[in-house]
Design a protein around this ligand. Structure first.
Ligand code: S3P
Length: 172
């Protein structure tokens, strides 16, 4: 048992493909806390996949659902919450996370994000464009906002377990 006592949820924020869900699941196991993936909760509530929500209702509708789901998850006591990459870039959602959670920014360089997002075809924002360009532009726009998280951890190309160790070090 690790001697880390948390009184609030740890909220993983950062770009799509950085590994928030994989790292979050491992971190939660080590901290003996529940793990929740906000995107999965949104999909479950809507009974639709994330691409379907974007396609049928558009991004503003998704952001609204995202904010409400994260608000609920933040009320649930200590846990590890993985958020979708855009959540912390929304002013109201970010304010809530900063107030009620412990935000951890997981950060990788663009080439790593490209590799990791290319393995799955579930990112509506990467459709209809050059993923390299879209990821680079989104990252440049969002990095100053992610930087408002109190903890910043670089996730390199190595195993996600290394990233988990870095987070544990930052939390201890
Ligand atoms: C998004 C990231 C996705 C998902 C949605 C929008 C974004 O989550 O929430 O496709 O705006 O960056 P992941 O970060 O888990 O891919």
């Amino acid at each position: 048992q690790l001697a880390i006592r948390l009184d609030r949820p740890v909220v993983l924020v950062g770009m799509m493909g950085v590994g928030k869900s994989t790292v979050g699941r491992k971190l939660a196991t080590l901290l003996d806390l529940p793990f929740v993936d906000a995107d999965d909760e949104i999909a479950e509530a809507a009974q639709l996949t994330i691409p379907e929500i974007f396609e049928r209702f558009g991004e503003p509708y998704f952001r609204d659902g995202e904010r409400r789901v994260i608000a609920r998850l933040l009320e649930g006591g200590p846990s590890v919450i993985a958020t979708g990459g855009g959540a912390f870039a929304q002013d109201d959602t970010r304010a809530m996370i900063l107030e009620r959670g412990l935000a951890v920014w997981l950060d990788s360089d663009v080439p790593t994000l490209i590799d990791r997002t290319s393995r799955k075809d579930n990112r509506p924002l990467l459709k209809g464009g050059e993923p390299r360009k879209i990821l680079a532009e989104l990252k440049a726009k969002r990095d100053p906002l992610y930087a408002l998280a109190p903890v910043h951890v670089i996730s390199g190309r190595g195993p996600h377990g290394d990233t988990v160790t870095l987070i544990l070090g930052a939390l201890a």
